[in-house]
Design a protein around this ligand. Structure first.
Ligand code: ZN
Length: 150
């Protein structure tokens, strides 16, 4: 394992051990649930989006593997303070990264999200890494049907 992989793993383990924003959103005005039957990951994403379209708060609850929990945790940190179009752009870049369609680019600072680049080598794990994001997308679109990665 090289240093970068080690760092990636460290960040994922840390967020799995102590997930950030792991709570129901008390002020949430959008929420959605998602399920990844392939792995058994479940997530409930809560968002507070203000009148300007800015994400004021993001949180989640659920249970799943380390990748899905860490991804949800890092996602809730990453989207706070962003506008809805910025969140969607971030998801696009993140999705390209985890599916191996793009490399981390210096032009777009993914922050901790870059640690999920390693997931692209494990196709079965891609759904774990993107579940929270698909669920967040559903919350933004106010879909009432639970999200499934299948
Ligand atoms: Zn999983």
């Amino acid at each position: 394992m090289n240093d970068l992989q080690e760092l990636y793993q460290e960040v994922i383990l840390d967020h799995n051990r102590s997930p950030r924003n792991f709570r129901a959103g008390s002020t949430a005005n959008r929420d959605a649930v998602g399920h990844n039957p392939l792995c058994g990951d479940q997530v409930h994403v809560f968002l507070t989006v203000d009148d300007e379209g800015i994400v004021q708060d993001a949180s989640f609850q659920g249970s799943g593997c380390a990748i899905s929990t860490a991804s949800a945790s890092i996602m809730t940190e990453a989207v706070q303070g962003k506008t809805v179009p910025q969140v969607q752009e971030l998801f696009g870049v993140f999705h390209a990264l985890v599916t191996g369609k793009a490399l981390p680019s210096p032009e777009f600072d993914l922050g901790k999200l870059a640690v999920f680049h390693g997931v692209s080598e494990f196709p079965i794990r891609v759904k774990c890494a993107t579940l929270a994001w698909h669920t967040l997308q559903a919350a933004l679109e106010k879909k009432s049907v639970p999200v499934s990665t299948e």
